[in-house]
Ligand binder design. Structure first.
Ligand code: FES
Ligand code: FES
Length: 157
């Protein structure tokens, strides 16, 4: 089994890890670092359930190999809240009933965060585009789009 030592920052915490060279970032987060908020769906880059932010860009963690995050910075859904204070997106998802089964929610939140970080006041079309890689089997997307729109009014840039 080939392994590689990496140094990485995840949710503002620095880690030095021995990773398997064929291990995905998704498996590393969920199985080894105790961060199960990032969901395991299709594992082929189709559903968006595993979306995390890598150096400011939303990526599918199932398509990133763990050695690729050496020296990089990752944000997962566990890093969104500040202590007991939810991120405005999380508050808005609750307020707008945008969470049903919740399986897609972490990925939706991370895609939306990337959007609002880059564009604090997006159009509805831009919101829809930003979550176009995130599948939801429950909500019909209307509440999710409304929630992101509401959060855009108060989200930090
Ligand atoms: S689990 Fe990664 S895109 Fe579906
Ligand atoms: S809330 Fe169930 S998949 Fe989106």
């Amino acid at each position: 089994m080939n392994t590689m030592k990496i140094g990485t920052t995840i949710n503002n915490r620095h880690y030095v890890l021995d990773t398997r060279t064929n291990q995905t970032l998704l498996d590393l987060l969920r199985d080894e670092l105790g961060l199960p908020g990032t969901k395991r769906g299709c594992e082929i880059g189709e559903c968006g359930a595993c979306t995390v932010i890598l150096n400011g860009q939303a990526v599918n963690a199932c398509l990133v190999l763990a050695p690729q995050i050496d020296g990089q910075e990752i944000l997962t859904v566990e890093g969104l809240a500040e202590g007991e204070t939810l991120h405005p997106l999380q508050e808005a998802f609750l307020d707008h009933d945008a969470v049903h089964c919740g399986f897609c929610t972490p990925g939706m939140l991370m895609s939306a965060k990337e959007l609002l970080d880059e564009k604090p006041h997006p159009t509805e079309e831009e919101i829809r585009l930003s979550i176009s890689g995130n599948l939801c089997r429950c909500t019909g997307y209307v509440q999710i789009v409304e929630a992101i729109d509401a959060a855009s009014a108060i989200a930090k840039t």
